[in-house]
Design a protein around this ligand. Structure first.
Ligand code: COA
Ligand code: AMP
Length: 628
């Protein structure tokens, strides 16, 4: 099958195209309606279909005779543990945990927050929820209590599943004190707190009354069967950064998502059932949901849960060791991970220690990939490194290459071509489509294909305002892009207040809210500046209140500490520069793009709307002093 034909069908004959793809997964009731056609409504897929995604990930493969195949590989260099689970073993634990959740009173439509590190019990918890129709919300373990509170208050979980500790290289992070703080601050009460005891930190069970031990719950419960849910039933909520301080709860459906993931495993990643697929992402991100848990398991691939870093655990050869040891056919990571490896092992000496003969393809996403990193990869690893672009909102790739038939052609620095289902255009501000080589906004013609977000949890207005109101009949991605004459698209970066720090999506508006709350700060601007390793890092410029006597050093220390406490260390806000005033337009809008360009030391044009040009020199001088 030719890629161009597939794409054409997906746009011109959507219903038949996706009906055919939906036939690739097992339904309890195959949908009679492929897509809801109400012109005034955002589209839904397969509305009268019924299925269960845990069944597709686990039970189906056992019924097909693959119960003894390895489903999950856990490799944790930070705790010196390795363990595998077959589909049979995974089913036993998941179904009993699901039974345990039922015994606690959880039922279809309830929500549960999962705040856990990279351990198999996280995957089991996600699938146990899915098994009984409980909507899960996984919260990245690196987030601070405040982030947990925001999510608890928004999705009102009946249960919170956590673990006693995470491990960051040699550092142990006790989770229960963080959970305790979040529970204290949250407006809503969580009925049940279930804790997996990793026995890595001093027992903290006495911290709360009524903590439920994960292992006891599993042991004491009867296995539960998969419940049949509507295709549009929310499988999970995943909060992501937007243009305001409050994260957006992206809601994902079940049937459209399962269909899109199965399609992507076959056509985009070119992976056969039975092979090993590894997405080295934390469960707390979209990649972890789609390609560490649901995608590979639906496709009957063995998936790897890696608890470690690409470097220092124990060295920059750890990725190649895992690829070799588990015969990984394709892997997915963020370019920052490869940059970190390249920095530690510039000549690829550690690569030579491992047999990578089973390794066919490396997929990269999450942030822009620089050409130097691609070149290093090509020289030392010798398999294609394929960039592709997507968002939490889409749940699967929107730009990329279809690698199933080996006819694909990589263009360095491009994230590929539109994936079937995604009718992508580059618009100018007024909604006119731009020709090749002109930079504009990346937009997608509605309806979006299966798998894309159902909406923002209980906030249709925000959903409409964030994505649908900019251009009629188009989804606004928030990214800038350029296309070339062959249809390849080059992502130029976010056009809003979102930044990508080491593949982690963060909001500068949220950071600005925290910085402004400092008692000595009058106003501030947080922008993402270029960083060789992490792609981008935040940088705050602040103006102090008149009469403030705090030293610049102390204000920086305070702000760095508060951002770590409120968002988490992952925010990586380490630089705070005090300035006399911020550059603004005559109407008082802060010129953040100008600040960013000055901090990056790049060429700039003086904005015609600037209030006072002299400020540019002032800021440049201050940058010189700050960097000295
Ligand atoms: N729990 C607690 N703390 C965490 C954490 C977690 N799950 N994850 C990160 N942190 C902390 C780190 O310990 C570090 O703290 P420090 O400032 O006290 O040292 C801080 O957050 C920054 O962490 P990180 O961004 O991971 O930077 P790093 O310097 O430790 O490692 C990389 C750099 C490039 C190796 C690492 O960022 C990486 O592997 N990135 C890939 C990201 C990825 O896969 N993204 C998914 C999208 S595909
Ligand atoms: P997230 O929702 O966390 O997956 O982040 C999505 C954002 O990451 C996108 O809107 C882009 O800004 C950025 N991104 C993801 N993949 C790529 C890529 N391949 N190239 C450039 N930017 C990317």
């Amino acid at each position: 099958m030719n890629t161009d034909i597939l794409f054409k069908q997906s746009i011109e004959d959507k219903e038949n195209f996706w009906k055919e793809q939906a036939q690739e997964i097992s339904w309890f009731e195959f949908p009679k309606t492929i897509t809801s056609n109400d012109e005034n409504q955002y589209n839904q897929w397969f509305p009268d279909g019924k299925l269960n995604i845990c069944y597709l990930c686990i039970d189906k493969h056992i019924e097909d005779g693959f119960g003894d195949q390895v489903a999950v590989i856990y490799d944790s260099p930070v705790t010196n543990q390795k363990k595998t689970y077959t589909f049979n073993e995974a089913k036993k634990e998941i179904s009993k945990l699901a039974g345990g959740l039922i015994s606690l009173g959880l039922k279809k439509g309830d929500t549960a927050v999962i705040y856990m590190p990279m351990i198999p019990q996280t995957l089991f918890s996600m699938l146990a929820c899915a098994r009984i129709g409980v909507i899960h919300n996984v919260v990245f373990g690196g987030f601070a209590p405040h982030e947990l509170v925001v999510r608890i208050d928004d999705c009102k979980p009946k249960a919170l599943i956590t673990a006693t500790a995470g491990v960051e290289i040699a550092k142990r992070i006790p989770y229960l004190p963080l959970v305790e703080k979040a529970i204290e601050l949250a407006q809503d009460k969580v009925d049940h707190i279930i804790v997996y005891n990793r026995k890595l930190v001093k027992n903290q069970h006495e911290m709360f009354d009524g903590l439920i031990d994960y292992e006891e719950l599993v042991q004491d419960s009867e296995p539960a069967d998969c419940v049949s849910v509507e295709s549009t039933h929310p499988l999970y909520l995943l909060y992501t950064s937007g243009t305001t301080g409050k994260p957006k709860g992206v809601a994902r459906d079940t049937g459209g998502y399962a269909t899109a993931l199965k399609f992507s495993m076959k056509y985009i990643y070119g992976i056969e059932p039975g092979e090993t697929f590894w997405a080295a992402s934390d469960f707390g991100w979209a990649v972890g949901h789609s390609y560490t848990v649901y995608g590979p398991l639906i496709n009957r691939n063995s998936t790897i849960i890696f608890e470690g870093k690409p470097i220092m655990t124990p060295d920059a050869g750890t990725f190649w060791r895992i690829i070799s040891e588990y015969k990984v056919a394709a892997m997915f990571t963020a370019p920052t991970a490869i940059r970190a490896i390249k920095k530690e092992d510039p000549n690829g000496e550690l690569v030579k220690k491992y047999d990578l003969s089973h390794f066919r393809k490396q997929f990269l996403a999450g942030e822009r990939c620089d050409v130097a990193t691609l070149d290093w990869f090509a020289e030392h690893i010798g398999v294609p490194a394929i960039d592709h672009w997507w968002q939490t909102e889409s749940g699967s790739p929107m730009l990329g290459l279809m690698t199933f038939n080996e006819e694909y052609k990589i263009k360095r620095a491009s994230a590929g071509k539109p994936i079937p289902g995604y009718d992508i255009k580059i618009f100018d501000e007024n909604g006119y489509e731009l020709d090749a080589h002109h930079e504009g906004y990346l937009v997608i013609k509605l309806p979006l294909p299966p798998g894309a977000l159902l909406g923002i949890w209980k906030d249709y207005d925000r959903f409409e305002k964030s994505y649908l109101s900019q251009y009629k009949d188009y989804y606004f991605s928030g990214d800038g892009a350029i296309k070339d004459e062959d249809g390849y698209i080059f992502i130029t970066g976010r056009v809003d207040d979102v930044i990508n720090v080491a593949g982690h999506r963060l909001s500068t508006s949220e950071m600005e809210e925290i910085v402004s709350s400092h008692p000595d700060v009058a106003e501030c601007a947080v922008v993402g500046i270029d960083d060789e390793l992490k792609g981008q890092i935040p940088f705050a410029t602040v103006v102090l209140k008149n009469g403030s006597s705090i030293s610049e050093e102390n204000v920086e220390k305070d702000i760095v500490k508060t951002v770590r406490e409120k968002i988490g260390a992952v925010a990586c806000l380490k630089n705070v520069m005090v300035v006399k005033r911020l550059p603004k337009t005559r109407s008082g809008k802060i010129l953040r793009k100008l600040i960013r360009t000055l901090l990056d030391g790049k060429e700039f044009q003086i904005p015609s709307t600037i209030d006072d040009e002299k400020i540019i020199e002032e800021i440049q001088e201050k940058i010189g002093e700050y960097r000295a």
